[in-house]
Design a protein around this ligand. Structure first.
Ligand code: ADP
Ligand code: MG
Length: 193
């Protein structure tokens, strides 16, 4: 009898090798390499203009690197990477559920109604399902934004400035970030991590 090698279970989901990108003379990203294991949370930290967004766009396949490679690996390697943009794409005049349904259709998920229900449960926003997004707090709005990124159950989720969408007062308070941490914990638990 054989058991799978632990190394195989921890094989990286994402392998980034020597990725660079320039805009004209400006080198936005220079020779970045790293690996991300399943269940791992990786933060990319740097000042404004450091190249974080440019790097994320290359990881997400939105931009092609000048040099280097981004490889997805593992059982879900063919599934698209999820993307939570800094500028939220959600609509303030639609309800939470309407936003989720709209993006579920755009993502062409198999059973939009079931996915919307699952995301409402995972965000803990079932009671706010029929409220306009504009009436939600910054933290709850960001939960919906993250839920949109997770609708299609991507193997990897990229978040650009996940606390940046909160207004300065809200960001200064401890509760919204705890709120977001809790939301992440729920998402990860629901995905078996
Ligand atoms: N589309 C673009 N065209 C030209 N320069 C860009 C473009 N996008 C980003 N840059 C430049 O690349 C550098 C990195 O930007 P960015 O990745 O947005 O940084 P960060 O997200 O860390 O603030 C900056 O100097 C920025 O001005
Ligand atoms: Mg940025």
């Amino acid at each position: 009898m054989t058991t799978p090698a632990p190394a195989a279970q921890n094989a990286p989901s994402l392998v980034v090798e020597g990725v660079s990108k320039s805009f004209g003379e400006r080198r936005a990203v220079r020779d970045v390499s790293f690996e991300v294991a399943p269940g791992e949370l990786l933060a990319i930290i740097g000042p404004n203009g450091a190249g974080k967004t440019t790097l994320l766009t290359m990881l997400g396949g939105i931009r092609v690197p000048d040099t280097g490679t981004v490889k997805q690996q593992g059982p879900n390697a063919d599934k698209r990477i999820g993307w939570v943009p800094q500028q939220t794409a959600i609509y303030t005049k639609l309800t939470v559920a309407q936003n989720l349904r709209l993006f579920a259709r755009l993502e062409k998920v198999e059973d939009p109604d079931a996915v919307v229900q699952r995301m409402l449960e995972q965000t803990g926003l079932e009671e706010r399902a029929d409220d306009e997004l504009g009436s939600l707090s910054g933290g709850n709005r960001q939960r919906v934004n993250i839920a949109v990124g997770l609708l299609a159950d991507p193997p990897v989720l990229l978040l650009d400035e996940p606390s940046g969408a909160l207004d300065p007062n809200a960001a200064a308070l401890a509760s919204p970030s705890e709120d977001l941490e809790q939301a992440f914990a729920n998402f990860l638990r629901a995905r078996g991590h």
